[in-house]
Every structure is written in structure tokens, then in C-alpha cells.
Design a protein around this ligand. Structure first.
Ligand SMILES: [Zn+2]
Ligand SMILES: [Zn+2]
Length: 346
């Protein structure tokens, strides 16, 4: 079979590999869709400290079961499934409290285990153990189901930031994650959702799809002034930064209303994670700053349901479909910002 393997920064090879077979406590999938994201681009450029190469990458996985290990219950060949990316241990104190997104023993598909940029792949026992395989509702395509993983992370972020009925929300960053945040905020009852983005082209493409109440190009206007203008000086209830920029986080603190919540959804570059924060702003305005680290198996299940119910459509966000041979093109397309979601169809 064909796979896309990461060897070193700048070195991902499409190559032949023996087709795997499922061990007694594993499943084998025929991968139908594995979507790409900024993380794949990061891995391609810099590698990742959790990846011990060579490794088949790809973590936004949807496929069809073709082999069921003898000790696995509940699954049949032919079942259509979506697979979690972040694998909590299920046993540590954090997992026991239900905080699976911050499990310190977390492992990941495409990092510790071979991922979905392959014609076939193995779902390891570690995934099955934490109920990390989800049936795809009949109404959803494999491509849509593959977006459940990034969407699950968005869901975790908005739960932690308590986005709800009547909120005004700013989303900073108009990539696929920013688009999903706009749609989810609306589905959760937000009254107004504003989208902020540096690139005019990316902003226009995203705004045409997700139709925010205002699309703010931060290379043309000061986004803080614009948000304050739109809210009569009050600021917004929630700011979500879906951009790897300290400036976005610093600006976010200044856009928040009293009692506002600021989600540092996107992480910052490892070598530059320090921002300037006026602590008195947080103190006197009773602001809440929250993080967000991936998603739990239960977020993946609920993400699939939200997509299937029509509350958060994702089909139109999938702008590019490419074969497995095109993984490098796909990663390049992600880097140019000209796509929303690029999916690989092995
Ligand atoms: Zn991803
Ligand atoms: Zn754990």
C-alpha cells in the first residue's frame, strides 16, 4: 500500500509499505479521508518532539473498518468510523476527573502511532480503550467526518470559554479553525460574531462562507478600535484567538468587555511564548483567560453529532480534495492560506 511518511523536517516521502494487519485488540481501517491542518505544516517544517521518525502522519481520520481483532467487540467490517487524534490514558487523576484533554500521558495518532496518510491503518488498542472510535452518522460523508477532530477541539475551546446565548464574540484568525469557531458560536446562541484576520484574501474567502456580522481586516484597521466601535465601547463577551500570534492574544485582552472571557485557543511558537498582559485589566474587569488543549473522545462524538444535525455544517469548508500522492501539495496549499480545509483521499 501507499503511505506518506515523515522522515525529517522537509522530508516527507510517499512510499510503498506492507499492508498492516490488526492484532487481537486492534482494528484495521481503509482510510477514506484524512484531512490536513496547520499542525501537519508545522511537522513538515520543524518535526515534532513527540514524533520519532519515520512515521506515517495524518490525524484527522475517517475510514471504513476492514478487519476486526479477535478480542474487539462492537465493530464489524464495513462500519464507517471516525477516529480521535489525541489519546488520553483514561487512568490518571486528570482523566479520572473527566479532564481528558490535559492528560499528561496523552499520546497521538500520527505521532506515537502511524496515522491516516495511508491507504490502510491500524487503530491501536489505546484508542479503543478510551472509546475513541465513533460511528459516522449515515448522512455524513467521510470527508465531513474527518473534520470532526479539529471541530472537537473548537468545541472544547468554546465550552471552556463558556460561549453561550446572547454573547458577542470575536474570533481572531480566519483559517479552518476560525471558521469552525464562528459557526459553533452561532450554534451556541451567540448574538454577534466578528471575524478578525490579517490577510485580506483569507478574510474574504472565510467571510463569504461563514458570514460573520463583521469581517475585520487587521492589516487595514486597528482591530481593537473596530471591535470597541462595533460594541459602543463595551467590548465583547468572548474573544477567541485562533492564530499563533502573541499580538492577537494581547489585542484580545483589550477587546474584552467587563467579565469577558478570552480563549488562547491557538498556541504560540515555542521559542516566543511570552506576551504583555496588563494584569490590572484582568483584575478590575474580572476577565477570565482560558486555554484549550485539543479534545477528548467525548468532544469527538459530540462534534460528529453537531455536524450531522446541521447545527454546524462543514462540507463547504472543505475546499480542496487531493489523492495521497498529493500530500506535499496539500501541505503547500495549507501554507499559502488559499484553502480553508484540504482533505486527502487515499
Ligand atoms: Zn489537525
Ligand atoms: Zn490520563
Amino acid at each position: 500500500m501507499k503511505v506518506a511518511r515523515f522522515y525529517a523536517p522537509g522530508d516527507i516521502r510517499i512510499e510503498e509499505a506492507p499492508e498492516p494487519s490488526a492484532g487481537p485488540d486492534e482494528l484495521k481501517l481503509k482510510v477514506h479521508n484524512c484531512s490536513t491542518c496547520g499542525t501537519d505544516l508545522k511537522i513538515f517544517r520543524h518535526g515534532h518532539h513527540h514524533i520519532d521518525p519515520p512515521r506515517v502522519i495524518g490525524h484527522e481520520i475517517a475510514g471504513e473498518i476492514v478487519e476486526v481483532g479477535s478480542a474487539v467487540d462492537g465493530w464489524q467490517p464495513g462500519d464507517r468510523v471516525q477516529v480521535i487524534a489525541a489519546i488520553p490514558c483514561g487512568e490518571c487523576p486528570d482523566c479520572k476527573r473527566g479532564w481528558m484533554t490535559i492528560c499528561p500521558n496523552q499520546r497521538s495518532m500520527g505521532y506515537h502511532y502511524d496515522g491516516g496518510f495511508a491507504e490502510y491503518m491500524i487503530v491501536p488498542h489505546a484508542v479503543l480503550k478510551v472509546d475513541g472510535v465513533n460511528r459516522i452518522p449515515d448522512s455524513l460523508s467521510y470527508a465531513e467526518a474527518s473534520v470532526a477532530e479539529p471541530f472537537a477541539c473548537v468545541l472544547n475551546g468554546q465550552e471552556l470559554a463558556r460561549v453561550g446565548e446572547g454573547d458577542t464574540v470575536v474570533v481572531v484568525g480566519a483559517g479552518p479553525i476560525g471558521c469552525l469557531h464562528v459557526r459553533l458560536a452561532r450554534a451556541r446562541g451567540a448574538e454577534s460574531v466578528y471575524l478578525v484576520e490579517l490577510s485580506r484574501q483569507r478574510l474574504e474567502m472565510a467571510a463569504a462562507l461563514v458570514k460573520p456580522d463583521a469581517a475585520i481586516c487587521s492589516s487595514d484597521v486597528d482591530p481593537i478600535e473596530e471591535v470597541l466601535r462595533l460594541t459602543d465601547g463595551r467590548g465583547v463577551d468572548v474573544v477567541i484567538t485562533a492564530a499563533a500570534a502573541g499580538k492577537a492574544q494581547e489585542d484580545g485582552l483589550k477587546m474584552a468587555a467587563r467579565r469577558g472571557r478570552i480563549s488562547f485557543f491557538g498556541g504560540l511558537p515555542k521559542d516566543n511564548p511570552i506576551i504583555a498582559c496588563d494584569s490590572n485589566l484582568v483584575h478590575y474587569r474580572e476577565l477570565t483567560i482560558v486555554g484549550a488543549n485539543g479534545s477528548s473522545p467525548s468532544h469527538n462524538k459530540r462534534a460528529l453529532e453537531l455536524i450531522a444535525s446541521g447545527a454546524v455544517p462543514v462540507d463547504d469548508l472543505i475546499t480542496h480534495r487531493m489523492p495521497l500522492d498529493g500530500v506535499l501539495d496539500a501541505i503547500h496549499t495549507v501554507s499559502t492560506g488559499e484553502a480553508i480545509k484540504v482533505t486527502i483521499e487515499p
